[in-house]
Design a binder for this molecule. Structure first.
Ligand code: 13P
Ligand code: SF4
Length: 304
């Protein structure tokens, strides 16, 4: 089958079976174009709640599919490739955070959405990269335990000096690969380029950026900018998608190492098999996990 034929087969099947396909912006272009909805983690979680279909197929990583299940427990939620996990989401477990909470009982626990459903059950509010500053600002408490990404946490802390953020050592191993020296070298090679970086990058990288934002914010900024050249400090697929969106502009990955193997794990054939019923994994969570984890996601949507 050609790519176009496989895409057509997926579109026909998904209509027959009433399946909504959600794809994170880091997915391959051939998946993005057949999805009902694409976006950053926040947009996907809001869309998950709104989707009218009985089945939602998530093309992304496991914590995203779990988020869909928590927000829509009555729906069948499928993860296109069961092997696609997020190393950051697996860095901290419930027991570890319960221990930290015992040491800091007067801290509100703010969890990046890149956490497991189980960990969310002991957190107070979730944030995404696009909503973190807004949400931390709007929670009434001053003392915040921000988990698991210390780079995003450091970025939020710098925007909100009135808050007292406690950070733990965690984060995205892919974004952490970019060094300040790589940024300086890239800027020397492309002096006219604007540097757009995701807040999962290290603080010294963010301090050299012209714009900091979530995947969707980076895309929106690059589309609207009058600049012609951009150094993209997030997963490589964003630079690739932007090249299709704005062929008259140039998008250069800030580092050639900005490739997330988990985000790249899902293929069009995985999507086909999941819609056809011969692949993917149905996400199941206990009623108790859904009930407890939902509180911090609902609070995120309410405040975000
Ligand atoms: P956003 O989609 O919130 O920008 O997050 C990027 C990411 O690393 C998702 O895994
Ligand atoms: Fe996780 Fe980083 Fe990959 Fe996103 S890019 S899925 S945060 S490892």
């Amino acid at each position: 089958m050609t790519i176009a034929e496989l895409q057509q087969a997926i579109l026909t099947l998904k209509k027959e079976k009433d399946v909504c396909i959600l794809a994170h912006s880091y997915q391959a272009k051939e998946i993005i174009v057949i999805a009902d909805f694409t976006g950053d983690s926040y947009a996907l979680s809001v869309q998950a709640k709104k989707a009218p279909q009985a089945t939602v197929l998530l093309c992304g990583v496991r914590f995203m599919a779990e988020t869909v299940k928590i927000l829509s427990p009555q729906k069948t939620v499928l993860l296109a490739n069961p092997a696609a996990g997020c190393p950051m989401a697996e860095q901290m477990d419930k027991e570890l955070i319960e221990g930290v909470k015992r040491r800091y009982p007067d801290y509100t626990v703010v969890a990046y959405i890149n956490t497991t459903a189980e960990l969310k059950t002991v957190c107070d509010v979730c944030v995404t990269s696009s909503s973190a500053v807004k949400i931390v600002k709007s929670v009434p408490e001053k003392n915040i335990l921000f988990i698991p990404d210390c780079n995003l946490g450091d970025y939020v802390a710098k925007q909100l000096p009135e808050k007292n953020l406690k950070l733990l050592q965690g984060g995205c191993p892919i974004h952490a690969r970019v060094s300040a020296e790589e940024v300086r070298q890239a800027k020397r090679r492309h002096p006219a380029a604007e540097v757009l970086a995701h807040p999962e990058c290290r603080p010294e990288v963010l301090s050299l950026a012209d714009f900091i934002g979530s995947t969707s914010a980076i895309v929106a900024h690059a589309r609207a900018s009058h600049n012609r050249e951009f150094l993209i400090g997030t997963e490589i697929s964003i630079a690739q998608h932007l090249a299709f969106d704005c062929p008259d502009k140039r998008f250069i990955p800030l580092s050639k190492d900005l490739i997330c193997p988990n985000m790249k794990a899902t293929s069009l054939a995985d999507v086909y098999r999941a819609v056809a019923g011969s692949g993917g994994e149905e996400i199941t969570l206990s009623d108790e996990t859904i009930r407890l984890a939902r509180r911090c996601l609902d609070r995120m949507i309410e405040l975000g």
